[in-house]
Design a binder for this molecule. Structure first.
Ligand SMILES: Cc1cc2nc3c(=O)[nH]c(=O)nc-3n(C[C@H](O)[C@H](O)[C@H](O)COP(=O)(O)O)c2cc1C
Ligand SMILES: [Mn+2]
Length: 483
């Protein structure tokens, strides 16, 4: 995988690949950009670089992640599963046997060792340094995305904190509503590591926000890693090159040296205000709720810094492909914990946490129910509202086939499991916030011990006849069918 050092390398690659369009007309970050981008995303269109966002001197980049092809370009792979395989190779490492394996094993260990972020003395992210009264968020083309939004929101940040007790770094992507020139809210939802760092402080917690990163580091901020794993480590591993960091000017944190823009500042225990509403990836406005206030003590930038943004809303939106990347990259990790899982799909239309379709290699009665409980107990997948389990031969990405199995193989009285547990922070459906019902649907073939009578064979044409028809197709005088 080739390494993209920063956002500029990435923009250059997108341009070479015909995947980016520059918009030189003046366009308003208040709603107008959203409407342009929403149409572009839903049509599978290019990344957009708005060179003259109204009211700002900084260009705005959006839709950089909006298609599978661009996501693959970002990771330097043919298919997103290739990224998962790279991670899986390390997770599945066994004691090597023989010299060749030992050498391969060492290379893998080295790739982990080289993933650790590197400190450097200076970086372009600090070419311009604004502190105290000079800090001015009005300089940035922060979008107001939807008509009912409470204000402008920074939507594509990498928010950096340290656990006050363990010192472990955390990086997450959390929307930030602009309050005024020098403060924003920090939308740390209750299940997130960033929130844990905030809750662990009884005083001030330093926070740094990096904007405009190479695409892999930006993606890593959205990745659901366990709390003790630094997202920059994952970024370094997936890039094949360590993320370089420089010391913050006013915070005791290191920040990505190549960022376009960095906001440094702090939150304080108990210092909260009412954030929202915001038109979110659920397709609905999330209602106003208290969140911590982020006070900005320094704003550092490159000269001519480019401001990155994303619009979420009714799916599919640009974040669909960040989510799909996570689905593919984390499959090997999911299979490490639950080896009978063959594949899974989190439908974009299900906003990811609303539904998971899982295929399994079924060998014992009750196994589909085991899988449902496993999903409801596994990292961020625990927030999944509905789990559909199918047999290994079903393609989980083929929703028509899944629907066929769910309707054909299910006795609703026997195969539907209703449970309860934690739900996504933003889920508006349950009567109480954060907790509610869970639905499991067992669409696998049933075993005698599970109360099946005879389970009939599935219809399949014989291989000989398929072969015969394939060979004689032209002879029939029929047009080619592209199934
Ligand atoms: C575009 C985008 C916006 C997001 N906005 C938020 C947000 O406002 N609040 C939040 O808690 N998570 C948000 N997320 C999800 C988190 O980034 C994700 O859960 C991440 O794993 C959190 O990191 P953490 O577990 O280290 O806290 C967003 C994800 C994306 C892709
Ligand atoms: Mn984390």
């Amino acid at each position: 995988m080739g390494t993209l050092g920063d956002l500029r390398d990435w923009i250059a690659l997108l341009e070479r690949e015909g995947e980016l369009v520059r918009v030189s007309a003046e366009v308003d970050p208040y709603l107008e950009i959203t409407e342009i981008v929403d149409r572009t995303v839903k049509a599978g269109g290019p990344a957009l670089l708005f060179e003259r966002p109204k009211g700002s001197d900084h260009p705005l980049l959006i839709n950089q992640f909006g298609t599978e092809r661009r996501m693959c370009l970002a990771f330097g792979v043919e298919r997103l599963d290739d990224v998962g395989r790279k991670l899986g190779d390390v997770l599945e490492m066994q004691p090597p046997q023989g010299l060749v394996e030992k050498v391969k094993g060492l290379a893998k260990l080295k790739s982990i060792a080289d993933s650790r972020p590197k400190s450097v003395r200076s970086g372009p992210c600090q070419e311009v340094v604004l502190t105290a009264d000079e800090v001015n968020l009005d300089l940035l083309p922060i979008q107001t995305c939807w008509p009912g939004d409470a204000g402008p929101f920074v939507t594509l940040p990498a928010v950096i904190t340290r656990d006050p007790k363990t010192g472990t770094r955390n990086v997450g992507m959390y929307r930030m509503q602009k309050i005024d020139r020098r403060s924003t809210y920090m939308h740390w939802q209750i299940h997130k590591d960033g929130r844990m760092d905030y809750l662990a402080t009884d005083g001030r917690l330093d926070v740094a926000v990096a904007l405009g990163l190479d695409p892999i580091t930006a993606y890593a901020a959205s990745a659901p890693l366990p709390k003790h794993i630094d997202e920059l480590m994952l970024a370094g591993f997936l890039r094949g090159d360590a993320v370089e960091l420089v010391k913050g000017k006013t915070v005791d944190l290191e920040v990505p040296a190549s960022a376009e823009i960095v906001l440094e500042g702090y939150v304080e225990a108990g210092d909260e205000g009412i954030e929202g509403p915001f038109g979110d990836h659920t397709g609905y406005y999330s209602p106003p709720e208290p969140f911590p206030v982020f006070h900005v003590t320094a704003m550092t930038m490159r000269r001519d810094a480019i401001y990155p943004s994303i619009v979420v809303g009714k799916p599919p939106a640009e974040d669909a492909w960040l989510g799909k990347a996570t689905e593919r990259i984390f499959l090997p990790a999911v299979r490490m914990s639950v080896p009978e899982i063959v594949d899974y799909d989190l439908p974009v239309a299900g906003a990811f946490h609303n539904c998971a379709i899982v295929s399994i290699r079924k060998t014992f009665p009750g196994q589909a129910q085991k899988i449902m409980h496993a999903i409801w107990g596994l990292g961020m997948l625990s927030l999944t509202k509905c789990v559909v389990v199918v047999d290994e031969w079903v393609d989980v990405h083929d929703y028509a086939d899944v629907f066929f199995r769910v309707t054909a193989n299910v006795d609703p009285k026997r195969d539907v499991l209703l449970s309860e547990g934690p739900l996504d922070h933003l889920d508006h459906a349950p009567g109480a916030q954060f907790v509610g019902g869970k639905l499991g649907i067992d669409a696998t073939h049933k075993l005698p011990e599970e109360g099946a009578r005879v389970w009939p064979p599935e219809i399949e044409m014989s291989d000989e006849v398929k072969e015969l028809v394939a060979q004689r197709w032209a002879e029939y005088g029929l047009p080619d069918l592209h199934a």
